[in-house]
Design a protein around this ligand. Sequence first.
Ligand code: ATP
Length: 239
Amino acid sequence: MLKIDQLHAGYGKVEVLHGISIEVPKGQVVTLIGSNGAGKTTTMRAVSGMIAPSAGQISLNGRRIDGLESYHIARLGLAHSPEGRRVFATMTVTDNLRLGAFPRYTGARPRGNVEADLERAMELFPRLKERRQQLAGTLSGGEQQMLAMARATMLNPEVVLLDEPSMGLAPILVDEVFKIIERLKSQGVTMLLVEQFAAAALAVADYGYVLENGRISLHGPADKLRTDPAVKAAYLGGG
Ligand code: ATP
C-alpha cells in the first residue's frame, strides 16, 4: 500500500503542498479531487519522484520512497500515468508499451512475462491493438492518453497513479477510460486517481480526499463524499 504522510512539496521557493496525508490501501481505488491549481498533479509528481518533497514521508509497502530517483521508485512497483500525452512519438504503440516494462529488467531478464502482459494490455485497450504498429505521434489525442495509461500497466505495478486519464477526451472515450479503470480495479490493481470528472471518479473509487490550496480539507468513503453537501456544491455541479 501507498502511504503519504505530512508531505510538503512545491517548486523552488513556492510551497504547493502544505503537509498532506493520504493512504491508498492495497487493491483499492482512492481519488483525489480538488479545483484547478489545488496541487493534485504536484502530489502525483512528488510520489513518483519527479519532484523532491521538502518534508514528510512517502512509503510503498512499508518502504520509504521519498527522495529516491523516479526510476528507482518505478522499479519498486509504482507506475505514473502523467497528465497530458507523454508518449514517445517516433516509436510504435508496441514499443511504447515495451518501454513501460523496462524498469522490470535486471540486465536482460525481466520480472514476469512481458510478452504476456503486452497481450493483456492490448486486450484491455482494443483501440491500441488495432494500431499496434502505428507511430505513437500519429495517434489521436485520446489514443495517446490511452497509450500512456496502458504503458503504466506494463510495469505490472503495485500502485498506479492516474493523473486526469480522461483529459481532452470525447465523451464516448471518457466512458471507455472509466470502464478500463473498473476493469483494472476488478483485477486488483491499486490506484490513486486524479480526475476532473469528480462524480465519475467517486463512483469508481472506494475512498476520496478533497485537496484545497495544498491541504486536505475533507476525506471519507467515496459514497459518503458523493452525498456530502459541501462536496456536491463545490465539485459535483451542485446537483
Ligand atoms: P489542475 O486541475 O489545474 O491540473 P492541480 O490541482 O493538478 O490543478 P498542480 O498542477 O499541482 O494543480 O499545481 C499547483 C500549483 O503549482 C499551481 O499554482 C501551479 O501554478 C503551480 N505549478 C505547477 N507546476 C509548476 C512548475 N513546474 N513550476 C512552478 N509552479 C508550478
